[in-house]
Design a protein around this ligand. Structure first.
Ligand SMILES: Nc1ncnc2c1ncn2[C@@H]1O[C@H](COP(=O)(O)OP(=O)(O)OP(=O)(O)O)[C@@H](O)[C@H]1O
Ligand SMILES: [Mg+2]
Length: 236
């Protein structure tokens, strides 16, 4: 599937239909090295469908997809196996000789060293999502796919997860595609925001705010307003 290209992700003319109903209709999208792209769009517009295609979990599309070999995904639900301890979940399927060290390092990076031998069901929602991030990280992905990974968390936990993702991204520099419903989250984290509507990308906007970003700032608000309008949400 992959051929040499100067960007880690290249999507060209990708369409996907289910039972004759077109969900993605000729999507073009490049993601540059170490770029964070947020993907916004109303429910049912095909965000997860596109992410699953990039993850290699769906090959029922037409068009061209070039993606790196090392891709990792984290979903809204942490999807940990309840009968395996946290460290074993993180290392699942990892066959390198240094797997134990890598699992230990990943757990430490997400602040879960003390929970390595815990059972997933004993973790809080935020901790479980950290474990899910560690599982993604341990694969040293060139592309990190995040499908609403913070949507189920409370507001404070979500903010600390945003910081954690930025820290991890700064250290490992993967390209990131972050699916989210949260416009503030998108503006806070992304280098670029794309909006999916009726099977097509209708907005492709660069967010050139310096990091760390002031959520209260005027330019932040300006981006938020524009995106909410693009999503059809009126603001008072
Ligand atoms: N495997 C499938 N079989 C049939 N229809 C599907 C399948 N996967 C997705 N769809 C349909 O494709 C459309 C897009 O789904 P998708 O999950 O990509 O939306 P989404 O943008 O991620 O929505 P949300 O924001 O609610 O998560 C929906 O109408 C969904 O029912
Ligand atoms: Mg979805």
């Amino acid at each position: 599937m992959a051929t040499l290209t100067d960007v880690p992700v290249r999507v060209r003319g990708v369409s996907r239909a289910f039972d004759g109903r077109t969900v993605l209709d000729g999507i073009d999208l490049d993601i540059a090295d170490a770029q964070i792209v947020a993907l916004l769009g109303r429910s049912g517009t095909g965000k997860s469908t596109l992410l699953r295609i990039l993850a290699g979990l769906d090959d029922g599309y037409t068009g061209t997809v070039i993606r790196p070999d090392r891709v990792a995904v984290a979903f809204q639900e942490p999807r940990l196996l309840p009968w395996k301890r946290v460290a074993d979940n993180v290392g699942l399927g990892l066959s390198t000789r240094d797997a134990r060290e890598r699992v230990g390092a990943a757990l430490s990076e997400v602040g879960l060293s003390g929970h390595a031998r815990a059972w997933p069901l004993t973790l809080s929602g935020g901790e479980a999502q950290r474990a899910s991030l560690a599982r993604a990280l341990v694969r040293d992905p060139a592309l990190l796919l995040l499908d609403e990974p913070f949507a189920a968390l409370d507001a404070l936990t979500r903010l600390s997860m945003h910081q954690l993702v930025l820290d991890l991204w700064q250290r490992h520099r993967p390209a990131v595609l972050l699916v989210t419903h949260d416009v503030d989250e998108a503006v806070a984290l992304a280098d670029r925001i794309v909006v999916l509507d009726a099977g097509r990308i209708t907005v492709d906007q660069t967010i050139d705010l310096p990091r760390p970003r002031e959520r209260g700032g005027a330019r932040f608000a300006e981006h938020r307003r524009g995106l909410l309008a693009a999503l059809g949400v009126e603001q008072a």
